[in-house]
Design a binder for this molecule. Structure first.
Ligand code: GTP
Ligand code: MG
Length: 200
């Protein structure tokens, strides 16, 4: 699929746990990363819809697992918007419940074809990101990294940041895609990588 070719995009499920996850087996791509990193914004940009997933400058907007179905004549896929982690103002209990919810989704989810880990271009990956990459690897889940908010950096700083992020996460450079949801760059490249994960 490409942004231009998404004919229909709609929310199909909002879940607080496995009971609410879709059961029809449509291939899925999950978006995960720190709160406020830009998951919902990137998902909207890929789908070419302004308000499919709700975005907010207040971290912690997405608390549940949201499933969006994108379709065209070729078929359908689901984008899965996972709640963000690492928001300082949440309690230990809420953090534990995030972990439980996200692991209940990522652990043994058959239709999941690829997890997209988002990393802010202006920040260094931390323990959470490094642990997540390792954990996804153990589950045999293919991973792509989307570097977000690249519009905040100039061209040369941007490529250095992308290189550093790939190195810190132990990812091949080809699996790390610089993006900007506000300016729209990196979107065709990310679709290319997603299509390869879906069909490769
Ligand atoms: N400059 C810039 N700002 C962005 C970009 N992507 C997202 N933002 C802003 O970052 C903030 C958070 O974006 P969201 O998409 O809501 O982030 P999220 O990861 O879904 O956040 P949670 O749902 O809280 O986990 C919003 O104010 C967005 O407008 C980008 O590419 N460039
Ligand atoms: Mg969100």
């Amino acid at each position: 699929m490409t942004t231009e070719r998404v004919l229909d995009a709609k929310i199909v499920a909002t879940a607080a746990g496995p009971d609410g996850f879709p059961t029809d087996g449509i291939p899925e791509i999950a978006f995960l990363g720190r709160s406020n990193v830009g998951k919902s914004s990137l998902l909207n940009k890929l789908a070419n819809r302004k308000k499919l997933a709700r975005t907010s400058s207040t971290p912690g907007k997405t608390r549940l697992v949201h499933f969006f179905e994108l379709s065209n004549a070729q078929g359908s896929l689901l984008f899965v918007d996972l709640p963000g982690y690492g928001y300082a103002k949440v309690s230990k209990k809420e953090r534990a419940s995030w972990r439980k919810l996200v692991e209940s989704y990522l652990g043994g989810r058959k239709p999941l074809k690829c997890a997209v880990l988002l990393q802010d271009a202006r920040r260094d990956p931390r323990e959470e990101e490094i642990d997540l990459i390792a954990w996804l690897g153990e589950q045999d889940i293919p991973v792509l990294v989307a570097v977000t908010k690249c519009d905040k950096l100039g061209t040369s700083k941007r490529s250095a940041a992308v290189r550093e992020i790939a190195k810190a996460l132990g990812m091949p450079r080809e699996a790390v895609v610089p993006t900007s949801a506000s300016k729209g760059f990196g979107i065709p490249e990310l679709w290319g990588a997603l299509d390869a994960a879906l069909h490769g």
